[in-house]
Design a protein around this ligand. Structure first.
Ligand code: PRT
Length: 108
């Protein structure tokens, strides 16, 4: 997964650096942040509906769409894969998080 995601990240980065004719990614960068965020929101809703319907094949497609659009968002904002990896790594060192999250829930 890491290799595929790294490859995708590089492709998306190259689309940001130079416009490519017929590229959907270039189209998103041209439209800008509002469009990118709108697509992230849409894809998230589609993941929810597919999962709620118990359709795993459709859910996999929608998760992939979402990961792609999140990757475009990351590149747009200058967030690297390593930034996310570092955060996940940091969290992986801490288990037994139920109480922490429960407290956050109660306070919100
Ligand atoms: N992973 C993806 C990927 N997932 C989804 N999509 C596109 O995302 C779009 C979303 O579809 P929707 O039906 O939601 O939206 P739409 O109506 O087509 O378009 P909108 O006007 O709503 O944006 C479709 O056009 C898909 O083709 C993707 N487009 C590109 N990639 C990756 O990006 C690489 C570069 O692609 P290009 O930038 O097109 O060269 C590809 O090789 C892939 O690896």
């Amino acid at each position: 997964m890491n290799d595929v995601w790294q490859e995708l990240y590089k492709t998306v980065q190259s689309r940001k650096e130079s416009h490519q004719e017929g590229s959907y990614t270039s189209y998103l960068f041209e439209k800008g942040i509002d469009k990118i965020l709108k697509k992230c929101g849409e894809e998230c809703s589609e993941v929810i509906i597919a999962a709620k319907n118990g359709d795993n094949a459709e859910t996999v497609l929608e998760i992939s769409d979402m990961l792609y659009h999140l990757t475009v968002l990351m590149v747009n904002q200058g967030i690297s894969l390593e930034d996310v990896e570092t955060e996940l790594e940091k969290r992986s060192k801490k288990t037994g998080n139920l109480k922490t999250f429960h407290q956050v829930d109660k306070n919100s």
